[in-house]
Ligand binder design. Structure first.
Ligand code: SAM
Length: 243
């Protein structure tokens, strides 16, 4: 029976490829992709533990400042105030989150690396943001421990890792590039450097076709276990620890 079904499946697929269904049906790709990713997101959220996980109070409206409460929770829980860390931020823009981390980690051996084109998004993000949006001049560095790496992640991250030894260091990785491509690229390239106890933040985690999808593909493809530490704004900002 199995070999017969296997053959039937192959024949059906070959016929469908010949018929070219996309000519009439490609308008379904976007809504079906969105629905599929959205359902994966809500299913994933429903499977998360609630005990011992930081959450803000229920609200219909997003409060962007709640992300700082999440950072404070994580920095306390992981004892990162005075620990030597390597902070890597993928997507710096005006630098608000980058500055927060520099101000709240007091170890003078810590290093803070911020990656951005500083010319805005390299491609459109959803319906509301186009290529070039969010462009901002690199903020002034308030602290000698910080450094900005200007350019596409796809051009800057690999050379950076070849010349900076971040292996074995306590890392805080902040993924705030919004885009699926940028987030998946960053996670995949940083993968060999990840170690147990590293912290990863997503700033737009609950966007089904972007950061969530990158997280899903990354964890499923690299067999990486990320344990939820906390989430605010209904998982818009979410933090994990590498297990
Ligand atoms: C939401 S903003 C960052 C906000 C910032 N972390 C904050 O909290 O203030 C996203 C940034 O990601 C950058 N970005 C997205 N994809 C990128 C890529 N592939 N290479 C370089 N920069 C990228 C954009 O230029 C944009 O400035």
């Amino acid at each position: 029976m199995k070999p017969f079904l296997f053959k039937l499946n192959a024949v059906a697929k070959n016929i469908l490829i010949l018929v070219q269904p996309q000519v009439l049906l490609s308008f379904l790709i976007q809504p079906f992709t969105f629905i599929s990713n959205f359902l994966s997101l809500t299913k994933w959220i429903a499977q998360q533990p609630t005990e011992g996980v930081y959450k803000d109070a229920f609200s219909l409206f997003r409060n962007y400042n709640n992300r700082y409460d999440l950072y404070s929770y994580v920095i306390d829980k992981a004892h990162l105030q005075n620990t030597e860390i390597v902070y890597i931020e993928m997507g710096v823009c005006g630098g608000s989150s980058f500055e927060w981390w520099m101000k709240h980690n007091h170890n003078d051996q810590s290093k803070f690396f911020g990656f951005d084109t500083f010319e805005g998004l390299p491609e459109k993000w959803g319906y509301f943001f186009k290529n070039g949006d969010m462009n901002a001049d690199a903020p002034e560095l308030i602290d000698a421990r910080g450094q900005f790496l200007k350019g596409l992640f796809q051009d800057t991250l690999v050379p950076f890792l070849a010349t900076n030894n971040i292996k074995g260091k306590q890392k805080v990785i902040h993924l705030d590039a919004d885009l699926f491509s940028s987030t998946l690229f960053s996670l995949s390239i940083l993968y060999p450097y990840l170690q147990k106890g590293d912290i990863i933040f997503f700033d737009e985690f609950n966007v089904p076709n972007h950061e969530f999808l990158a997280f899903k593909i990354f964890t499923e493809s690299f067999y990486v276990k990320l344990e939820l530490l906390g989430a605010v704004n209904h998982f818009y900002q979410t933090s994990f620890i590498v297990k």
